[in-house]
Design a protein around this ligand. Structure first.
Ligand code: ADP
Ligand SMILES: Cc1ncc(COP(=O)(O)OP(=O)(O)O)c(N)n1
Length: 269
């Protein structure tokens, strides 16, 4: 069997629950070979973020170049991009190498309330990275920022998906993890809205859910699944990962990436 590969371009989370660490665990659980470009180092745990150090844009470009000049890349996931210079570095290299699939998680603010994207960089992300996306995966607050409109109902989620689609993303997946009623997400491919219905799981341990979901989509695209099936599989994956989330640390614990769980579930062979 030919090995499939995925690249995450994201920030490091020292506590291992989100960012690069969650992405690589997710790739591994799918049997996909993971590679990483680190955009920023966060000193982070289940309680919050103590500090952020951005990586020099030049070394970000070199990390991307080092990978694409040597290794096959079946899909790319983009997470925390932090600042304008980082976005430009990623844009320069991805337009050069043109990977087939780009999953863009427009990470803005962590659950603990810290800015992971400087507010003045939002328009740069929308202008440069959004049009490169095979699929963009905003949570509700991120979709509200991108569309500049409040979202309460399913109808609002559909309207936001439609608006973000017109901005240039080929598919839009609005995540409902911040809904009170349920955790239903909606995918829009420019023609139809597909609902991924899910009851809320009663747990406080949801650190890294967005990172896990977006990297699971990237893993499924790398494995060759079409977009709708890739999202369906990823939604199953995140639901199992939250169901088995870990009560570790003093705050919001992380999701669990346990290869055998996914094998037993039938999502992964
Ligand atoms: N309590 C929960 N129960 C079930 N699914 C959840 C829960 N919280 C989040 N999810 C799911 O996790 C995925 C990530 O969503 P979300 O938590 O909104 O992302 P983010 O981490 O970017 O804020 C979505 O599929 C969402 O529906
Ligand atoms: C380094 C890093 N990247 C992204 C996030 C945000 O992760 P997310 O999956 O949205 O989870 P929460 O932080 O909201 O729990 C992060 N925290 N750190």
């Amino acid at each position: 069997m030919k090995i499939k590969t995925a690249l995450t371009i994201a920030g490091s989370d020292s506590s291992g629950g989100a960012g690069i660490q969650a992405d690589l665990k997710t790739f591994s659980a799918h049997g996909v070979y993971g590679m990483s470009v680190i955009t920023a180092i966060t000193a982070q745990n289940t309680q919050g973020i103590l500090g952020i150090q951005d990586v020099d844009p030049d070394i970000i470009e070199k990390q991307i170049k080092a990978i694409f000049d040597d290794l096959p890349v079946n899909s790319v996931k983009i997470g925390m991009v932090s600042q304008i210079e980082t976005i430009q570095a990623i844009y320069n290299q991805l337009t050069r190498y043109q990977p087939k699939f780009i999953v863009l998680d427009p990470v803005m603010i962590s659950k603990s309330g810290h800015h992971l994207l400087k507010p003045k960089s939002i328009q740069t992300l929308i202008k440069f990275l959004l049009p490169l996306a095979t699929i963009i995966t905003p949570n509700l607050p991120e979709a509200e920022v991108i569309t500049q409109k409040k979202i309460h109902t399913y109808q609002d989620m559909e309207e936001a998906a439609n608006k973000i689609y017109t901005m240039g993303a080929k598919n839009v997946f609005i995540k409902g993890g911040h809904r009170k009623e349920d955790a239903t997400d909606i995918l829009y491919d420019g023609q139809k809205f597909i609902y991924f219905k899910q009851q809320r799981i009663d747990t406080q341990n949801t650190h890294g859910t967005g990172c896990t979901l977006s990297s699971a989509i990237a893993a499924n695209l790398a494995l060759g699944f079409p977009i709708e099936k890739a999202v369906e599989n990823a939604k199953k994956y995140i639901t199992i990962a939250i169901n088995h989330s870990l009560d570790i640390g003093k705050g919001v614990g992380p999701t669990h990436h346990f290869y055998e769980l996914y094998q037993k579930s039938g999502i992964i062979n």
